[in-house]
Design a protein around this ligand. Structure first.
Ligand SMILES: *Cc1c(COP(=O)(O)O)cnc(C)c1O
Length: 335
């Protein structure tokens, strides 16, 4: 594989399982639906960031850094997995989180504290706007920090999802299974860029559909441009001159609802349907919205009965325990 020259630190359990969701398919009248369980990567409750961190943490160790620093929202899954990965290899972890300290931590934030991370609160900035400033402060205190960008989405992090596509291809070959589309939550872009580069390297004929989770009003570059740039730099990291263009990325933006982290009927009904038909837990911010999007595409007839769709479960369940996300469906219970 083209990524074997890069240092990689094992942080989880791979390959993650693929299972079929027959009861869900039946309730929808098709298509066949498979799920890839990256919520089971095994790193402190798992999630898709484990794949990126295997390359990022290895690089931090390679550069002899003594701490890692990254950023996200208060309920960031990326920050929780980074804190766990840092603990695992004996690095200090600094998290730059949007918001203000709550009276009582819950969900991912509670786990950040248990995992021993130092937290820097930055108010309205939840996408790492202050990462470099805080990194400089750490340097002034004689630290040697390794900066992991928001969501772990730089070229090196995205390599984790090129590797994921190779993992998927091997599993499909062993299962003698082909598939028509892969649907997943898309936010900081490393997942979608990496899967797209992997598809191209491995010549896989499958549609990739990213369900957009958050849209910044002030984006300088469109998300398609950001994905194209990230994918091109990821390919370059893998010694390929392959260029990607916004048209290489299918991103569904119809499911943003009232914005990032706001649970609406779409997420609530997807979470309850998966839980009650298959016993699988989605999360309120990412996989709940992505599954809501997939269910809508299916109901609109985007896939026909004989097709096979794989939902890539990217994790995030610790946020289920943050009380601001209200998940109970009021209209589907009789008492
Ligand atoms: C970060 C995250 C995503 C999005 O992945 P990106 O690579 O940032 O696009 C999806 N689901 C969950 C649960 C996440 O934590």
């Amino acid at each position: 594989m083209p990524f074997h020259h890069l240092p990689r630190r094992s942080l989880g359990f791979f390959p993650t399982p693929i299972v079929e969701l027959p009861r869900l398919s039946q309730s929808l009248g098709g298509p066949r639906i498979l799920i890839k369980r990256d919520d089971q990567t095994g790193l402190a409750l798992g999630g898709n960031k484990t794949r990126k961190l295997e390359f990022l943490i290895a690089d931090a160790l390679h550069q002899n850094c003594d701490c890692v620093i990254t950023a996200g929202a208060a309920q960031s899954n990326h920050c929780r997995q980074t804190a766990a990965a840092a603990a695992m290899v004996g690095l200090e972890c600094h998290l730059v989180l949007g918001g203000t300290p709550p009276e009582q931590a819950n969900g991912n934030l509670l786990l950040d504290e248990v995992l021993g991370a130092t937290i820097h609160w930055t108010g309205a900035d939840r996408k790492g706007e202050q990462l470099n400033a805080i990194s400089s402060q750490l340097q002034a205190q004689d630290h040697h920090p390794y900066v992991i960008p928001y969501g772990g989405s730089n070229a090196l992090g995205a390599v984790g999802f090129v590797a994921a596509m190779a993992e998927l291809q091997q599993q499909l070959q062993a299962m003698e299974q082909s598939m028509d589309a892969i649907v997943f939550a898309s936010s900081s872009g490393g997942t979608q860029a990496g899967l797209t580069v992997g598809r191209s390297f491995l010549a896989m004929d499958v549609e990739l559909i990213g369900i957009r989770i958050d849209k910044a009003e002030d984006e300088q570059l469109s998300y398609g441009d950001q994905l194209a740039e990230l994918a091109t730099s990821t390919a370059k990291m893998l010694q390929s001159e392959c260029h990607f263009h916004p048209a290489d990325f299918r991103v569904e933006t119809a499911y943003l609802g009232a914005g990032y982290g706001v649970v609406g009927d779409l997420e609530r009904s997807a979470i309850n349907l998966l839980a009650q038909s298959e016993g699988i837990l989605l999360d309120p911010v990412y996989s709940g919205r992505a599954m809501g999007g997939l269910l809508d595409l299916i109901r609109r007839g985007h896939f026909h009965r004989q097709q096979t769709v794989l939902f890539w479960h990217t994790g995030g369940q610790p946020a289920l325990f943050a009380p601001q996300f209200s998940l109970k469906e009021t209209n589907s219970f009789s008492g």
